[in-house]
Structures are given as structure tokens and as C-alpha cells.
Design a protein around this ligand. Structure first.
Ligand code: TRP
Length: 365
């Protein structure tokens, strides 16, 4: 039998995921989705729907979580994630993740988890105070299991997730040292060759680590109300970008500074024609009769050009039967994930002297 854990074709493996909290926006696109689309051409990709993580802050809203889970798949498919090449995986049906979470929870000090800067920021941003459930900080350990269950080489994420990946790398090293006898002084890349069950995966941050929102100030985020969604209509895009503050007050014939104007940040990111962007900046600096409306119009066109095919593909899944189509796709991806993660779990159990007998996991259609 071929071991699904070591692909014969030698393509490096990639795992990443999203917590279903609502529709995806432009920040997700340039921070991570773009990378995934590029990677799926020549990597073995698994994209995880972290639906259990959604319960850490919304345990009382199961209907919303179910809806958001299916919506996010529609966003992925609309962006061009190809389910025949990449597995779309439902976290709640991958038991190995839950089991590895328990193992890993013993390998990381509680205080280390609580010092995780991403968790701290989230507690502040969401105003959780000290009323968050036990499961909230636990999700950071769970995320180590999400990743390591797949033994990936790379984890494409937005900048905000890098602290989680760092924790995951610590857990992987620790497991390999404690249970597989890997020398703590060896290089990260050598862990598997030295007998470690887990590779030490690398974060891969997108070309834009942090996209400013339509308010021109804070990071784009659904909860801050400054997001431009991938499913926004051309009219909504026009309204949101049209309403952006240029960061300075000037007349079209007065010199301006494009570097402090968030509309130019968008121009840099979304307008493909570099020469056009440079020309606009030049005219802006000189105050050469260039109104802010003109720059915005160019950005609005570029964003709509990016979103148009995404909207069109999304429409295919929006009608009746769309949810069933999505569920078929995630059932298939999850079965592929279970073949791989059950192998990982068995190797981990053997290393922990828990390998008493093997089990067969059957997923019924
Ligand atoms: N925590 C991530 C976020 O909020 C989502 C996520 C869950 C994830 N599990 C993952 C990302 C594993 C990368 C790898 O966006």
C-alpha cells in the first residue's frame, strides 16, 4: 500500500484554513487566498474549514456557524480553489485533530499559550475580557493539531497567524524530541530524517500581510465594519472605496502625498498596470490637476475587475442545490484528509507507546 503521508509524486504538502465567521473579504484574498491558488498548481493542498474553532466565541449560535461554514466554501470555490486538486476539509469530521489536540496540550505550558500574542489581541479586539470559555485559549493548541495532523511543509497564512505557526513549530519540535528521541540541537529541516513524526512547518505570508480597511485606518476586518467582501456588488465596492478618506486635505491642483493616502495603498495592490500607478502618483505629488475621485475610480475599476469572475463563479453555488453540491465536495475532501491524518495519528500513537492496535475509520457517504 502506498502511504498517503508520503506522496509519491514529491509535491510538498500545504495545509491552511479559515474559521468560518462570515464571508471572505479583500484582506483574506491578498493575505492568503492568492497564495493558495498559486500553490495548488504544484503542491498537495488541504484547506481546512475550522468550524469547531467558530464555537470558541459563538457556541450559542450553531445555525450561524453552519451557514458560515458553507458560505466560506462558496467563497473558496468562487476564488478558484479547485476541489479536484485541493482537498476541502471539514474539521469537525477529522477525529485525528481532536485526539492530537489532547496529546499536544501536554507538551506546551499553559502560560505559553496565554502569552500567544494573537490570542491576546483577539481577546482585546473582541472585548472578551475574562469571560471567554476554557475552549478559547485551547483553540491555539487545536490549531497546532490542525496543522500537524497533515504534516505539511508550508502553512500559507495572513500575518496575524504567524504567532500560531510559531507555537505549532515549538510543539512539533517538542513532540519529536520527547517521543522520537530527536536531538534538540538538530536543524528544523532535519527533524523527519532524524526520526521525528512531525516536520517543522513554515508559515508563508501573502504579498500583503495586513490590508488596511475601507476606513483607511484599521486592518480590514468584518467585525470592524470596514471590509470589502469578495461577494460585494460593483455598487457596494464603488460606495466603499468612493467613501475612503484620502488621509490629507488638498485640491486637485495642490501637491499631495500618495504615501499617506490609503487609496494609493489599494492602487499599489490592485491595479496591475504599474506604469499607470506610477503616473498617477507622480501627478498627485505635483498637484497636476488630479482629483481624488479620479484615483478612486481607477481603484474601483481594478477591484471590480478582480471580483467579477469571483462573483460569476459564486453564482453557480448560490441557487437551490448549491449547499448539497458544497457538502459533496467537502465530504470527498474530508475523506482524503482522514486517510492522511489517520496515518499521522497512528505514527504519533506509536511514538507515544499508545500503539496498541490499529483502527479503521469509515466515513459513510
Ligand atoms: N485561526 C485561523 C484564522 O482565524 C484559522 C485556522 C484554523 C488555521 N486552523 C488553522 C489557519 C490551521 C492555518 C492553519 O484565520
Amino acid at each position: 500500500m502506498t502511504d498517503p503521508a508520503s506522496p509519491q509524486d514529491g509535491r510538498p504538502r500545504v495545509l491552511t484554513g479559515d474559521t468560518p465567521t462570515g464571508r471572505l473579504h479583500l484582506g483574506h484574498y491578498v493575505g492568503s487566498i492568492e497564495n493558495r491558488l498559486r500553490l495548488q498548481a504544484d503542491h498537495e493542498c488541504y484547506f481546512l474549514l475550522a468550524n469547531l474553532h467558530a464555537f470558541t466565541t459563538r457556541a450559542d449560535r450553531p445555525d450561524d456557524i453552519r451557514r458560515d461554514t458553507l458560505e466560506i466554501v462558496k467563497d473558496w470555490l468562487a476564488c478558484g480553489v479547485d476541489p479536484s486538486r485541493s482537498a476541502i476539509v471539514l474539521q469537525s469530521e477529522v477525529p485525528a485533530i481532536a485526539e492530537l489536540t489532547w496529546f499536544f496540550a501536554m507538551l506546551i505550558p499553559f502560560n505559553r499559550v496565554m502569552r500567544n500574542p494573537t490570542l491576546k489581541t483577539e481577546i482585546e479586539a473582541k472585548g472578551l475580557g475574562d469571560r471567554y470559555p476554557f475552549g478559547f485559549p485551547m483553540y491555539a493548541v487545536g490549531q497546532c493539531a490542525d496543522i500537524l495532523a497533515f504534516r505539511p511543509a508550508y502553512v500559507p497564512v495572513g500575518e496575524d497567524q504567524v504567532a500560531h505557526i510559531e507555537m505549532c513549530r515549538e510543539v512539533a519540535r517538542r513532540f519529536d524530541q520527547v517521543y522520537c528521541g530527536v536531538d534538540p540541537h538538530c536543524e528544523d529541516d532535519d527533524y523527519p530524517a532524524r526520526g521525528g513524526v512531525f516536520p517543522i512547518p513554515r508559515a508563508m505570508v501573502g504579498r500583503v500581510g495586513r490590508l488596511v480597511g475601507a476606513d483607511g485606518k484599521q486592518k480590514m476586518s468584518k467585525s470592524l465594519g470596514n471590509a470589502i467582501f469578495l461577494s460585494d456588488t460593483p455598487k457596494q465596492v464603488k460606495k466603499k472605496i468612493g467613501g475612503m478618506h484620502p488621509g490629507q486635505s488638498r485640491q486637485p491642483d495642490e501637491p499631495g502625498d500618495p504615501d499617506i493616502n490609503p487609496v494609493f495603498t489599494y492602487a499599489d495592490i490592485f491595479i496591475k498596470d504599474r506604469a499607470l500607478v506610477d503616473a498617477l502618483k507622480d501627478r498627485y505629488r505635483r498637484g497636476d490637476n488630479l482629483g481624488d475621485g479620479h484615483v478612486k475610480a481607477a481603484v474601483i475599476d481594478a477591484v471590480n475587475e478582480l471580483l467579477e469572475p469571483i462573483r460569476a463563479r459564486r453564482a453557480e453555488y448560490e441557487g437551490p442545490g448549491g449547499d448539497d453540491l458544497v457538502i459533496d465536495i467537502i465530504r470527498d475532501g474530508t475523506a482524503r484528509a482522514n486517510a492522511l491524518t489517520e496515518e499521522t495519528l497512528w505514527s504519533a500513537k506509536e511514538a507515544m507507546r499508545l500503539g496498541f492496535w490499529r483502527r479503521a475509520l469509515v466515513a459513510r457517504p
